[in-house]
Design a protein around this ligand. Structure first.
Ligand code: ADP
Ligand code: MG
Length: 661
């Protein structure tokens, strides 16, 4: 049932939209409203990729919408080209601008990105206004009624059958084009976000650094997300210009961007129904609010719905009732509107304000988020479990590297301002060993790990992985060469399930493209099935099988640490770096961890282990290097290092004699 729900929903939507013109009795006004809703929904579906999935703010989407609209209008204005070329140009040109808009998103985040994208939108508007030769400037461009189909016979046959005038029929054609393209957009977005691309988008939102270190380039996938999002905005824009049959620069302004963003947030991010709800609200609300009778009916309906919801919630549980009261009371605030309002436009801003307040406070995940709370069947379909592959499929069959050293660190210096976090450190890691890296807090252990994985570029020195120099490469390139890591502060993809976290680690196993995802080719299906089976096997290996379907942020702390290791193993690394994996674990968990680390080494994976629990270090490591103030002060077998006076002094801050007492 729950699996079929999206299909049932989509089917009903399609039937409803196709039947609508006949139900609405060819009333051109209503048809036009639904058409607008479909057009906006296309854009909002795309905006949700950027906002909901990659977690970036864009106030530039009105600009992209404008580029799409002008793309279609300009080629008509100059070359007389119609709807279809217009859509094509709108999509392609806007897609390219999407890549441009992604550039700031690679450098800045949060409010700064909001400012930069806002500036982008403003610049686009100014360019449209000023570049009169191309865009006809402030006068805008007027378009004829759109012609979607050009077969005269086809036309006259249906026109006659439906008993419509030529203009009515032409309008209907365009309505169906918009509706159809919206349904296609839903399908495409759905497939993209549920593919490895969608997982990459979510991963870079939840932890960019971990995303990069799993070999999934944040840079590349942010650009992908913006390009797909922009292409949809361009499609919407091109449809918009033919729908309105007039474009002028003032339409594509800042308020429109805000309205789009509001629609995503109101409707609910990370869903396909959310953008439809959002589009419905932003298209219908202004129209509804200009009609006093409708406002009364709407306000009455909202108030009634609030009361019904209250009754249902009250029956379910008292605790929920207490939480539900404030929003319900807010809804009841609409009640006075049903009574005696003469000039409703006075209340327009009040209503918008109330809605925004309401959403920000009580529906942080929008209408869909709320519905999902109340009706759990509506919850998004996460990947929750799979049939595990044979355990042998987890690790590649790799003989130990022939070379004596797998990883060589040559006199690495890492300088932060005046502080040398690493001071000419040399390391040589033998293949197939567990190499301990210990030292007091702040001695540079995590910094070393960040240098090895490309998160920091060392100030001086070099790092070689089996003779290949790797310092200076990006984290995702280094991950691709076979170095995987965990983080001292757990860096999971919180909103994704455990198995999805591991699937991000398995991103490198996919060869299928965005097109494969959109067309759902057998190749992609096979890769996905293989990846899921392997992810499940890795989870089982880490003792996490039963948590496959749990969102990472809801796992107990100890399991989160284990999941980080599972995700790192998905890279099938030759070298695995663990940064304090036992920190915060209970004694039984530590014992389990030690066992697992042994098993990992048994599969031929070399490990570097940063750890404060001395029994773990002493029990596991073949060699231990000790750092203090960024310098290596001792190295050797654990037993020898343990008794090194300099190590004791560094750790205990006292002399050997004191420590012996
Ligand atoms: P630990 O051995 O505890 O893992 P770290 O490697 O985290 O130590 O830190 C070593 C030193 O480098 C500390 O003094 C820390 O403050 C400093 N440091 C680490 N990263 C940065 C950074 N990005 N900017 C400035 N200082 C840093
Ligand atoms: Mg550290």
């Amino acid at each position: 049932m729950a699996r079929a729900l999206p299909f049932i929903g989509a089917g009903l939507l399609a039937i409803g939209l196709f039947a609508f013109p006949f139900l609405a009795g060819q009333n051109s006004y209503y048809i036009h409203l639904v058409q607008m809703m479909a057009i906006y929904a296309i854009l909002i579906l795309g905006l949700d990729i950027v906002v909901g999935y990659t977690g970036q703010v864009s106030l530039g989407h009105a600009g992209l919408f404008g580029i799409g609209a002008y793309g279609a209008a300009v080629i008509f204005h100059h070359y007389g080209l119609g709807v279809w070329p217009g859509l094509l140009v709108g999509v392609i040109v806007t897609g390219i601008f999407g890549a441009v808009l992604a550039v700031p998103a690679l450098r800045v985040i949060g409010p700064y990105l909001a400012m930069v994208t806002l500036a982008f939108g403003t610049i686009i508007q100014i360019v449209i206004n000023e570049w009169t030769g191309l865009t006809n400037g402030p006068l805008g461009v007027t378009l004829p009624p759109p012609r979607v189909v050009d077969f005269a016979d086809w036309r006259s046959f249906w026109q006659g059958t439906l008993g419509l005038k030529a203009a009515e029929f032409q309008r209907l054609e365009f309505y169906y084009l918009c509706v159809l393209l919206m349904l296609v957009a839903i399908l495409v977005v759905n497939r993209v976000v549920r593919s490895q691309y969608g997982r990459a988008f979510e991963a870079l939102r939840d932890s960019p650094i971990a995303c990069d270190c799993m070999g999934v380039s944040v840079y590349r996938y942010k650009v992908y997300a913006f390009v797909v999002s922009a292409a949809l905005a361009g499609l919407a824009g091109a449809l918009f210009s033919w729908s309105e049959r007039y474009v002028s620069p003032n339409t594509y302004n800042f308020e429109l961007s805000i309205l789009f963003l509001l629609a995503v947030i109101l409707g609910g991010r990370k869903s396909r129904a959310g953008p439809l709800i959002g589009a419905f609200i932003i298209v219908y609300l202004p129209n509804v609010l200009s009609d006093i009778e409708l406002v009364r009916i709407m306000a009455g309906m909202i108030a009634a719905a609030a009361l019904v919801a209250l009754a249902i919630i009250a029956l379910r549980s008292r605790e929920k009732l207490v939480r539900a009261l404030p929003p319900v009371i807010l809804c009841l605030a609409f009640l006075p509107l049903t009574l005696n309002v003469n000039n409703v436009t006075d209340y327009r801003l009040t209503i918008f304000g109330l809605m925004i307040l309401f959403v920000v406070f009580y529906l942080p995940d929008g209408v869909m988020g709320f519905l999902r709370e109340v009706f759990p069947v509506l919850k998004p379909r996460h990947v929750t479990a799979a049939q595990p592959a044979a355990a042998s499929a987890i690790f590649a069959d790799r003989g130990l590297a022939d070379a004596k050293t797998l990883l060589r660190v040559e006199s690495v210096v890492m300088q932060f301002g005046g502080l040398k976090a690493l001071d000419s450190v040399k390391l040589a890691i033998a293949p197939g060993t567990i190499h301990g890296l210990i030292g007091p807090n702040g001695s540079g252990k995590s910094t070393m790990m960040n240098v090895l994985t490309g998160v920091y570029r060392p100030t001086a020195g070099a790092v070689y992985l089996s003779q290949h120099r790797i310092d200076g490469l990006t984290p995702s390139e280094i991950a691709g060469k076979g170095i995987a890591r965990t983080f001292q502060n757990v860096q999971l993809f919180g909103e994704m399930t455990a198995i999805e976290n591991v699937l991000v680690g398995l991103h490198h196993t996919f060869r299928s493209t965005l097109m494969d995802a959109v067309l759902r080719t057998p190749r992609r299906a096979r890769e996905e099935a293989e990846a899921r089976a392997r992810a499940m096997a890795i989870l089982d290996f880490m003792g996490l099988g039963q948590f496959a379907g749990t969102e990472a942020r809801n796992l107990p702390y100890g399991k989160q640490r284990m999941l980080e290791i599972a995700r790192a193993l998905a890279l099938d690394p030759s070298l695995l770096l663990l940064d304090e994996p036992a920190a915060g674990l209970s004694a039984p968990d530590i014992a389990e961890l030690v066992e697992i680390i042994r098993k990992i080494r048994g599969h031929g994976i070399t490990l570097i282990l940063i750890e404060h629990h001395m029994d773990v270090v002493m029990g596991l490591c073949d060699t231990v290097s000790v750092l203090d103030f960024g310098q290596k002060i001792a190295e050797g077998p654990p037993a020898k290092v343990q008794n090194d006076p300099r190590v004791i002094e560094a750790y205990l801050g006292g002399t050997v004699a004191e420590a012996a007492e």
